[in-house]
Design a protein around this ligand. Structure first.
Ligand code: C6P
Length: 409
């Protein structure tokens, strides 16, 4: 199990006070906080071995290149990728998904083809496919969810007909917290001849992920939700697919030879990394991956499961509070809820006055909220540094919100 107090001591920001109260940070699904180890690794990179990468023959540039490439090895090992050539650094999960939509999608999707998504996707795993489908005359189809926020798996085989070329789905919903049966979906999609992209933006930071066991063709995730900095994300892809795909963006570093009228491409993964990359951010992500691997992802998942089960019990006991999504044993560290008829923005604002940071709104999942018959929810999301005492603080603060509004009426 995690020693949560030891983990908390690694995160300087957690000692902050907000509105004269000890901060309770419950918005890690939007972006996690950063441990000292990541901050120090980035500072060291800037202070001791910063230069552009892949370009210089001088010592500093070679050192910077080595640090940047070492980060790629760490990420490859973190998700058990068979080769570092399949690890492409992007800006975030959104860019990773767009890379696949533009490069693989524009080469492989045509009129009448289908792309199968689910009703619980984040906008980042909907809009790129809408753009592609509109351009190519393809069609989007959605695997529906149940009222309690699980995928209707019994509908999958019906939807997976020969027109489906791509299945793209999230490993964990950022609203419902639902952990999807990713391996089963990949297997059934492959059996139907489809390529599979897994949106790991919420999965990779919180669950052990082994891409070889999962079998997916692509996996997209962001550094900033897993203790790393903003500005760095990852696309994992199977080498044989990436080899055949045309470049996404053109520019420096992604070429082998440039003529006035045509060019040839660099080898993987550099073919997909045009321009100066996020060098120090990659180093930070490498340190984040070291940090999480040091804790052990099984322990991370177990800690969150325990904290979220406790928090759900506490919250469900509050009068007029409704949690969206499945029971605790089917979800990760996310709890989105409505509270009486109070607008989620008011709930979040009043919680902030108690030092509790949560997100309110549609959480970039408007179709999901529409399916649930909701306009917005308040969302508390838990990570390695959250405690059951913080879940108590959330519940007590919500009780206070109810009292304040009762008095105001
Ligand atoms: N969800 C949230 O508060 P980016 O913004 O590219 O790092 O991640 C996009 C993304 C993709 N898929 C899922 C399932 C996600 O949850 C997110 C980001 C944040 O829920 C910010 S909107």
């Amino acid at each position: 199990m995690l020693d949560v107090e030891q983990v908390r001591a690694d995160f300087p920001i957690l000692s902050r006070r907000v509105h004269e109260k000890a901060l309770v940070f419950l918005d890690s699904a939007a972006s996690s906080q950063k441990p000292r180890q990541v901050l120090e690794a980035m500072e060291k990179a800037y202070e001791e071995c910063y230069a552009n990468v892949h370009r210089g023959v001088y010592t500093l540039s070679e050192e910077a290149t080595n640090c940047y490439e070492a980060a790629r090895d760490k990420v490859a090992s973190f998700i058990n990728a068979p080769t570092r050539r399949g690890i492409i650094f992007t800006r975030n999960a959104t860019e990773s998904i767009n890379l696949v939509a533009y490069s693989w999608g524009r080469a492989n999707i045509g009129p009448g083809d289908r792309i199968l998504l689910t009703e619980m996707e984040h906008h980042s795993n909907i809009v790129p496919w809408q753009l592609l489908a509109q351009e190519k005359g393809a069609e989007l189809v959605y695997l529906p969810i149940t009222d309690d926020g699980l995928l209707q798996m019994e509908r999958l085989d019906d939807l997976l007909d020969e027109r489906v070329r791509l299945v793209a789905f999230t490993m964990m919903s950022n609203v419902l917290g639902t952990i999807t049966p990713a391996r089963e979906i990949v297997q059934r999609a492959h059996a139907a001849g489809a390529v599979v992209l897994v949106d790991g933006a919420q999965g990779v930071p919180h669950l052990p992920v082994d891409v070889q066991a999962l079998g997916c063709d692509f996996l997209a995730f962001s550094g900033h939700k897993m203790c790393g900095p903003t500005g760095i994300g990852v696309l994992y892809g199977k080498e044989e697919l990436l080899e055949k795909m045309p470049p996404f963006m053109g520019g420096g570093d992604m070429i082998r030879h440039v003529g006035l009228y045509e060019s040839t491409w660099n080898e993987l993964p550099y073919k997909f990394e045009a321009g100066t990359p996020a060098i120090v951010e990659a180093v930070g992500l490498g340190a984040a991956v070291d940090y999480l691997a040091g804790l052990g992802m099984e322990a991370v998942a177990a800690h969150e499961a325990e904290t979220v089960a406790y928090a759900m019990e506490r919250l469900a006991a509050l009068e007029g509070l409704h949690i969206a999504g499945p029971p605790a044993d089917r979800r990760g560290g996310v709890i989105a809820f409505t509270f009486r008829s109070i607008h989620p923005h008011d709930v979040a604002h009043l919680l902030d006055l108690e030092g509790v940071a949560v997100r309110a709104g549609h959480h970039c999942a408007q179709p999901l909220h529409k399916r649930l018959g909701l306009v917005a929810t308040t969302r508390a999301s838990f990570y390695i540094y959250n405690t059951t005492q913080e879940a108590d603080r959330l519940a007590e603060a919500l009780e206070k919100v109810a009292q304040v509004l009762r008095r105001a009426r």
